[in-house]
Design a binder for this molecule. Structure first.
Ligand SMILES: [Zn+2]
Length: 258
C-alpha cells in the first residue's frame, strides 16, 4: 500500500489503482481530522456519537485530500442492495439526495466520490478502466456470506457493460484472520464457508473476498488486498471490535472530472 499525506490527513492507496490518473481513490486513516474523545481523529461517520460539525469538517478535509468531488454516501445496512447511477440517468445522485439504503454503489459519473465507512468491515473498491466505471462495496461478514461482491460485479456487467476480466479490485483494511473471531460461527456462518476457518474459530475473510472476486471473473493479478488488520492497528484505524464506542474510517473512489 502507498501511504500519502494531504490536508494534514494520512491515507493509503492501492498501487495498481494509484497508476490510474483518471480516477481518485483513498483509504483514510484516523490520522488528522478534528474529532475528539472516543472518535478522536478523522472520524467520517455520523451516528457514532461524535460532534456533527466535526464529522462534517472531516468529510470536507477528506474530499479535498482525495482531489475533490461530491460525496455519495450510503445508509449501510449489512444487506446486499447495490445503488447505481449513470450518466444516462435523468437526475444523477445529487449531494442533497438522501442516502440510499444500500451497501454498494456503482457509477460512471465523473466528479462523484463513492464513500464506504467501516470499522472492521471490508471496503472493497472496483474499477473498470475500459468502461470507466467505479464501485465501492461495504462487506462485513453478512455481506461476505451473501456474496455482495459478486452482486456488485454483476451490476457493473449488466448495467454498465463492464467485462470482469478488465476490472481491478482493492480490499481495504479490515479484520484480518488474526482478529476475525467468531465464537458462534456454527450458527452464524454457513458451513460452506468453514473452509476459511483459521485455527479454532477465526476466519480469513480476505481470502473469501479474493475468491469471490475471482469467481466473478476478475483475474487474480488485478485483485489487491491491503493485508492490514483494523483491530491490530489502533493508531491508524477505528475498530469496533477493539472499542465499541468508536468512529468510522472510510474509503472513497470516483472518476475524476475531465
Ligand atoms: Zn488483527
Amino acid at each position: 500500500m502507498i501511504f500519502r499525506t494531504r490536508e494534514a490527513l494520512g491515507f493509503f492507496q492501492f498501487p495498481q489503482l494509484a497508476q490510474r490518473p483518471e480516477i481518485r481513490h483513498a483509504i483514510f486513516t484516523r490520522l488528522g481530522g478534528c474529532s475528539q474523545g472516543p472518535c478522536q481523529g478523522l472520524n467520517l461517520g455520523f451516528g457514532c456519537g461524535d460532534d456533527h460539525a466535526a464529522v462534517a469538517a472531516n468529510r470536507q478535509l477528506a474530499v479535498r485530500a482525495a482531489g475533490g468531488g461530491a460525496l455519495v454516501c450510503l445508509h449501510q445496512t449489512h444487506g446486499t442492495a447495490i445503488f447505481s447511477f449513470s450518466r444516462d440517468d435523468a437526475q444523477c445522485q445529487s449531494p442533497e439526495s438522501p442516502a440510499p439504503l444500500a451497501d454498494g454503489a456503482v457509477t460512471d459519473v465523473p466528479g462523484r466520490l463513492l464513500l464506504i465507512q467501516v470499522a472492521d468491515c471490508q471496503s472493497v473498491m472496483l474499477y473498470d478502466p475500459r468502461c470507466r466505471v467505479v464501485a465501492n462495496v461495504h462487506c462485513g461478514w453478512r455481506g461476505s456470506v451473501a456474496n455482495i461482491l459478486g452482486r456488485a460485479v454483476g451490476v457493473m456487467q449488466e448495467r454498465f457493460g463492464c467485462h470482469p476480466e478488465t476490472i481491478m479490485a482493492g480490499i481495504g483494511p479490515s479484520l484480518g484472520p488474526c482478529c476475525a473471531e467468531f465464537v458462534n460461527y456454527r450458527s452464524e456462518i454457513p458451513e460452506k464457508f468453514w473452509g476459511y476457518r483459521v485455527g479454532r474459530d477465526h476466519f480469513d475473510f480476505w481470502s473469501l473476498s479474493r475468491d469471490q472476486l475471482r469467481a466473478a471473473g476478475l483475474p487474480e493479478a488485478q485483485i489487491e488486498c491491503s493485508q492490514m488488520c483494523s483491530r491490530c492497528n489502533p493508531h491508524l484505524f477505528f475498530s469496533y471490535r477493539r472499542a465499541r464506542h468508536t468512529g468510522r474510517f472510510a474509503a472513497v473512489i470516483g472518476i475524476a472530472e475531465a
